[in-house]
Ligand binder design. Structure first.
Ligand code: PEP
Ligand code: MN
Length: 342
């Protein structure tokens, strides 16, 4: 059961409610986010929820029998929309396109990419400055110095920054320069990191783990929400399977199922999901038809020369073609006019 509290609930009302729940064999957990205050009550499935529904200080009460309570669509039936403040939002019926290099490499290429995005009316740029690489000898990113010029270049152009955070200790330094904190596949179940991101007032883009299940992804999102941050975007980025012909298997099954189970926005990363440039476009378009709220694609001014993930990276020309096709596909999906801004 999720009990939504009124902002103005009195201390005595709150204590009375907790006592009532305790006396009815519930275990409780209080959650306070930027948007609301909740009590999660677990352990008594035979309770008549109307008993708490009418108490003073209670806004609403929901009987949710899902394991993932706060991210469940069973209590919050309208989809969560995350506004980034530059006219761009994610979820809630909007389709969002995020693009940028795998890694931020230098100022010049970052400017070229940001200019390209601006010209295409794309409001969010991705780019890693701390790169989780399988080999310690691969390029591991430009660090905070890279993030500084990345954010300056983007913010001068009204573009928002998505970048990966790998350690809780880096959040503070990254905070002023980051608009959306990405949690990479390798950190999808780094619960200390998720706890810390729960304390933030900025969105978290949470990737599915390399072999993460749907339940595990939703539990990871539940960590962030129950930690206090409701602004979560889920991202399918391919999973490890026995198939070796491509880097990962993009699991599009998960999109309609996630859309059914959670109110959170769900986006797809066809770049890591395939690992092969020529597969990015068809899988991006397929993802739209599964109901995805957005797509995140790796692009680079000279994709073959990209310092990481070159094989799956699109050039600007290929990306422009993909954008045209995305417009057409969204139009087809919604049977509506072209999206004006991503
Ligand atoms: C990335 O987006 O650059 C990345 C490293 O992705 P993932 O964590 O999905 O491998
Ligand atoms: Mn990459």
């Amino acid at each position: 059961m999720i009990i939504q509290l009124k902002k103005e609930i009195q201390d005595q009302e709150y204590q009375k409610l907790l006592n009532l729940l305790k006396n009815n064999s519930f275990k409780t957990r209080s959650v306070e986010t930027q948007l609301g205050r909740y009590i999660l009550a677990l352990g008594n499935d035979n309770f008549d929820i109307r008993i708490v529904g009418n108490l003073p200080g209670v806004e609403d009460v929901h009987a949710v029998n899902d394991k993932h309570l706060l991210v469940s669509s069973k209590w919050k039936t309208s989809p969560t929309q995350i506004s980034l403040g530059n006219g761009t939002s994610i979820g809630g019926g909007d389709f969002t396109l995020i693009a940028g290099p795998c890694a931020i490499e230098d100022k010049d290429k970052t400017e070229q990419t940001a200019d390209f995005l601006k010209g295409q009316n794309i409001g969010i740029m991705r780019g890693g400055v701390f790169k989780p690489r399988s080999s310690p000898y691969s390029f591991r990113g430009t660090g905070l110095e890279g993030l500084k010029y990345f954010s300056e270049i983007c913010h001068e152009r009204g573009i928002k920054v998505v970048t990966e955070v790998m350690q809780p200790e880096m959040i503070e330094a990254m905070y002023p320069m980051t608009d959306v904190f990405q949690v990479g596949a390798r950190n999808s179940q780094n619960f200390n990191l998720l706890d810390e991101l729960g304390r933030l007032d900025k969105p978290v883009l949470l990737k599915r783990g390399l072999s993460g299940t749907l339940d595990e992804l939703l539990y990871s999102a539940e960590y962030v929400f129950s930690g206090g941050n409701e602004q979560i975007i889920l991202c399918e980025r391919g999973i490890r399977t026995f198939e070796k012909a491509y880097r990962n298997t993009l699991d599009l099954n998960i999109i309609p199922l996630l859309k059914e189970k959670t109110h959170l926005p769900v986006i797809v990363d066809p770049s890591h999901g395939t690992g092969i440039r020529n597969l990015v476009e068809p899988m991006a378009l397929a993802a739209i038809m599964t109901g995805a709220d957005g797509i995140m694609v790796e692009i680079h001014p000279s994709p073959e020369k990209a310092m990481s993930d070159a094989k799956q990276t699109l050039g600007f020309e290929e990306m422009s073609i993909l954008i045209q096709k995305i417009h057409k596909t969204i139009r087809f999906r919604q049977n509506e006019l072209f999206a004006k801004k991503f």
